[in-house]
Design a protein around this ligand. Structure first.
Ligand code: HEC
Length: 246
């Protein structure tokens, strides 16, 4: 009856000592980790990825989003096509595109990406060709940062029920056409960077005949794969609708 309380007192003391020690260790760990804490990397917003809404993969789609940009802006005749390969760059297919000036995983170290932002003589594409849009540059940067992969068959969603100028037609022309049909000297005198220019080409019948590879017309997009059936259906429906600026 007398010994028991002493025993409890001793136990309390040793528990208190252990708790004090534990608190000390926790404080030391917290201080250490706090002092070693790095600044978080700056937030880089992710641009939208129109060509590949494929869940579970989510990568930029090379086949539909990147290849047409290189083909229409860079692989033009007298520039970086197979025949001219200016400065040994050829931008006509995946193997050639990644063979020089692209460091998979690092847009910042990729010459091909950097020149898009240059000014003066180093700028690409050079005048009279149009600049890539900010969104197109961002998409190329993101594709390189994701490893510059040959993503194809990405399950790209193309909806033939959408044939508005703003969300379907101008998306096709800015990805596949304006590298040649833009700037200060557009190919064939056909400027596809504005609604008025696209509507005029459509109303003349030349646009639809060119993209459907109708005999007697130059097949478009030049030196690249034919647009897919869905894209051609969108163009056809928009023309049948009277080429509205919607
Ligand atoms: C790589 C450059 C290039 C790209 C990309 C390109 N074009 Fe052309 N386009 C030309 C050239 C050059 C001509 C003049 C004819 C020729 O040389 O084949 C032309 C001619 C045309 C013509 C007139 C055809 C005719 O026979 O009357 C139309 C219409 C046209 N392009 C529409 C388009 C559309 C629409 C796209 C995108 C889907 C496109 N082009 C993509 C270079 C290009």
């Amino acid at each position: 009856m007398y010994i028991l309380p002493v025993h409890i007192t001793l136990n309390k003391k040793s528990i208190m000592r252990k708790l004090t020690l534990l608190a000390g260790i926790i404080t030391a760990i917290v201080c250490f980790t706090q002092s070693c804490k790095h600044e978080p990397p700056p937030f880089v917003p992710t641009p939208p990825n129109p060509g590949n809404p494929n869940p579970g993969n989510g990568l930029v789609c090379f086949e539909t989003d990147i290849l047409p940009l290189f083909q229409s802006n860079c692989a033009k005749s007298s520039c970086h096509d197979a025949a001219n390969h200016e400065k040994d760059y050829i931008f006509d297919n995946y193997q050639n595109i990644i063979s020089k000036g692209i460091v998979p995983g690092s847009a910042a170290n990729s010459e091909v990406y950097e020149v898009l932002f240059e000014t003066g003589n180093d700028k690409m594409p050079p005048p009279p060709n149009p600049d890539l849009t900010a969104a197109q540059k961002a998409l190329i940067g993101r594709w390189i940062n994701e490893g510059a992969q040959n993503t194809s068959n990405c399950g790209t969603i193309c909806d033939t029920a959408n044939f508005k100028y703003s969300t379907a037609i101008s998306v096709i022309t800015s990805t596949y056409c304006i590298g040649c049909h833009g700037g200060t000297a557009p190919s064939a005198g056909i400027n596809l960077t504005t609604y008025a220019g696209v509507a005029a080409a459509a109303q003349s019948g030349r646009l639809y005949n060119a993209v459907t590879h109708t005999a007697g017309y130059s097949p478009m997009p030049k030196n690249a794969a034919k647009l897919n059936d869905c894209q051609i259906a969108q163009i056809r429906k928009w023309i049948e609708d009277g080429t509205p600026n919607n």
